[in-house]
Design a protein around this ligand. Structure first.
Ligand SMILES: NC(=O)c1ccc[n+]([C@@H]2O[C@H](COP(=O)([O-])OP(=O)(O)OC[C@H]3O[C@@H](n4cnc5c(N)ncnc54)[C@H](OP(=O)(O)O)[C@@H]3O)[C@@H](O)[C@H]2O)c1
Ligand SMILES: *[C@@H]1O[C@H](CO)[C@@H](O)[C@H](O)[C@H]1NC(C)=O
Length: 240
């Protein structure tokens, strides 16, 4: 009896020692994870302060001088693009609006001119048109000093769908509008910004770009094409 209870105690003692070691190891893992969470949260907090609070303190009065007299906004007649156009006009920047419907373009341009007393120009263009449309755009903006380019125009699925259920049109729209137009607009405008060493480009990405979105894979992939890091996304949302 005594022998059995002794060996049981020994076994229990060994087990407790083992679990203690395991516990210590888990504690170290826990500390590392907590450290990472603390660092990530602090960085996110500081960038939120920088973007949402400090940016408000910065004077925007010389915005036009800082970036340049004209801004291009693609998809400027509705939604986020229209608000970008309005907010930039509020800062005194002249606006080049680009989208498909000439009625909407004319109406929004008139609204902006009347409300903010800036110049506007409209360019009627369908960004799903592929390579051929950029000669027209290049011609339309010739001679204008572009300080800001807001790559806003974008398409999305009407509803979540599998790849083979999508029409060819929708697939090419994602390629041509979400990826092609953004890249070509940068290609057209960036040289003059680099030459003057001033200007800013905003790409409107989406939170769906951080990982593949099931049943919207082309959309999420096209949106991750649009930004190199999350700063781009934060910057875009901060300015809007
Ligand atoms: N809304 C959201 O919740 C959300 C979330 C994340 C990211 N985003 C991104 O933000 C951007 C703007 O989204 P939104 O919802 O504000 O768009 P929206 O309300 O649908 O506005 C689209 C604008 O683009 C123009 N447009 C549409 N197709 C065009 C084409 N093929 N060629 C030229 N212009 C075209 C439209 O005018 P016409 O019809 O006259 O051409 C309109 O001015 C997109 O890149 C989108 O992916 C939006
Ligand atoms: C915006 O898009 C252009 C063209 O694809 C790309 O070169 C640039 O890095 C993008 N900007 C950001 C902040 O991701």
């Amino acid at each position: 009896m005594a022998v059995a209870s002794d060996s049981f105690r020994l076994l229990a003692g060994e087990l407790i020692k083992k679990t203690e070691r395991l516990r210590d190891m888990l504690a170290v893992v826990g500390l590392i994870v907590m450290g990472k969470v603390a660092v990530d949260t602090s960085i996110a907090f500081l960038s939120a302060v920088r973007i949402f609070l400090l940016s408000k303190l910065r004077s925007l009065s010389n915005f036009k001088e800082k970036y340049g007299p004209w801004a291009i906004v693609t998809g400027a007649t509705d939604g986020i693009g229209k608000e970008y156009a309005r907010e930039l006009a509020r800062l005194g920047v002249n606006i080049i609006l680009m989208s498909r419907s000439i009625e909407k373009l004319t109406r929004v341009a008139q609204e902006i001119e009347a409300e903010f007393h800036v110049e506007t120009q409209v360019v009627q263009v369908d960004f799903s048109g592929g390579r051929s449309i950029f000669d027209k755009i290049s011609e339309a903006i010739r001679g204008k000093e572009i300080g800001l380019l807001v790559n806003n125009v974008g398409v999305m699925y009407e509803m979540p769908m599998e790849l083979c259920e999508l029409s060819q049109d929708v697939i090419w729209q994602h390629v041509n509008i979400n990826m092609g137009s953004l890249t070509m607009m940068c290609w057209l405008v960036l040289p003059q910004m680099l030459e003057r060493r001033r200007g800013a480009i905003v790409n409107l990405s989406s939170s769906s770009s951080v990982g593949p979105l099931p049943y919207m894979n082309i959309y999420s992939a096209s949106k991750s094409f649009e930004f190199i890091d999350l700063c781009g996304l934060l910057l875009a949302s901060a300015v809007s």
